[in-house]
Design a protein around this ligand. Sequence first.
Ligand code: ADP
Ligand code: ZN
Length: 624
Amino acid sequence: MARQAGKEDPTIDTDTAAFADSLRDTLRSWWGFDTLRPLQAEAIAAAAGGRDSLVVLPTGGGKSLCYQLPPLLDETTDIVISPLVSLMKDQVDALEAIGYPAAAIHAGLSLDQRRRVYDRLRAGDLRLLFTAPERLFNTGLLDTLTAVGVSRINIDEAHCISQWGHDFRPEYRQLAAVRERFPQASVHAFTATATPRVRDDIAAQMHLREPETLVGVFDRPNLTYRVVPRTDKTRQTLEILGRHAGEASIVYCISRRETEELAARLTAAGLLAHPYHAGLEATQRHRTQEAFAKETLDVVVATVAFGMGIDRSNVRLVLHTALPKSLEAYQQETGRAGRDGLAAECVLLYSAADVFSWESLIRRGMDATELEADEAERLIESQLTHLHQMRRYAQAARCRHAALSEYFGQSYEPTSCGGCDICLGETQNLSDSHITAQKIISCVARVGERFGVRHLSEVLRGARTAAIDRHGHHRLSTYGLLADLDQRTCENLVHQLLDQDYLSRSSGDRPVVTLNARSWEVLRNERDVTLLEPRLKKTVRAKSDADDWEGVDRDLFERLRKWRRTIADQRGKPAWTIVDDKALRSIAREKPTSPAALLRCRGIGEKRLADHGAAILDIITSSP
Ligand code: ADP
Ligand code: ZN
């Protein structure tokens, strides 16, 4: 029977050597991990000591362990409030794979399954119970929990409680009442949203009592960031996916239609790729999610609807085919790459045209709401600010890791990250940037500042179109000045000038390119313009990528993955919950030949050894 939390002193003395020992033993024998990640020790100590906490760690930072481990130490039953059923299921699967007693209560359970969970709960057999906020109030669950005794209430994705966080959930607001219902329990909030405003709101909404506030480092050193000028979406997507053959990749598009079109084109090119967006039928979405989790499908072309529930930890590529609307969104979406801590790549295909599309989407979206004019104007302003911060990130020739860290309020120490296109020296300036800029700007003047990017580029390239004939633009002195460039490259260069404010653009449905004060400064050689070569040099291998494969027998790694796929399929579980990539690489590096040696590999605890040890050792010893 579990200790009745709150009835005696429920807390653990966390200062003793005995505590440190039991922490280490628990971590080793259940998870097969040797060390804690930054702030995990502090978060676990706060929870074990019964002190409220607010833990802000980036995606992949290891928040789950902070609430999974404490109830093992004092054999309590703790609750985890989670916003999504799929998230709960994945976690319970992952926990069951290591023999950890956890269950979830959600609407998808049969009567029988629900009864079993309640039985285990009453018997004190569960260490963690996952549930959604609305469940807590609608069912007899509260009464049962009162009888059992709850010592810790953990709130996952706690930014849902704040209206300043993304995906605000009204039902999360009710959670404050849980605190009153279990006054003796400590409350622990977890989120990856770092802004101080969201943090303060969570603490206030949940009535946290002098919480231990732990804010982790937001930089993700294992991610390599690249921004590539978009010239040919399909060709570039294929090329980038080619670097990740056989690996999990998420390709983000803005619209539903684009996801279907691009997925179809990738499929036509011989890749297995599925579209995913909120407009697809639930069964189809579910099938795609499941195939992705079981590793029978590696490429998903999706809108942002493909997100929160996707917990596959070995996503090696997140590719944005267009500009996201904010750096918050970008951080969240790229956060799905490399959650296992191994090297992963995040590529953004950027075209300034995206900025214009977003601007008109934002304005039109606001028209559809029934907000009062000044309220709508305020919202538009804030969305445009976010958009332009994103745009600046994309066009800045500055370390991406540094730019992201600083945006999220943290300084970045290294002078060269070794993990972004800028620091790897992959971007290249156009050799005759300044002259090219002058040619374009002067063409804008010649056509009388009355034409859009496309027409302008056609004139510069010396194309023969009906519009050019009609306006007599083939007679201009700037006609054909950039005849050696193709249309896309030419448009890209005009956009770069717009981005850097060397040209302006009128608003409205058919925007035209106009001159501004800076344009004249360029023409008069008072300003030096740098344009990026639209075609990327060869990509350089990031340091983290090389390190992660150091000494790994790739053939053995692939054989182990194949075996894992079979097991995942047999058990109907996500592949990474069986054994994750980091563990497989550690095994394919060490090549252990005995159970004891296997147990020393990262990610192999007692339960996994018992379940899969023989099979894994078999694969190693039968290696050619
Ligand atoms: P978050 O919820 O913060 O996004 P997770 O809790 O899902 O992150 O953890 C991300 C990954 O890191 C998981 O695969 C998890 O097993 C692994 N992990 C967490 N803590 C440790 C640790 N101390 N040592 C090794 N791996 C860890
Ligand atoms: Zn860098």
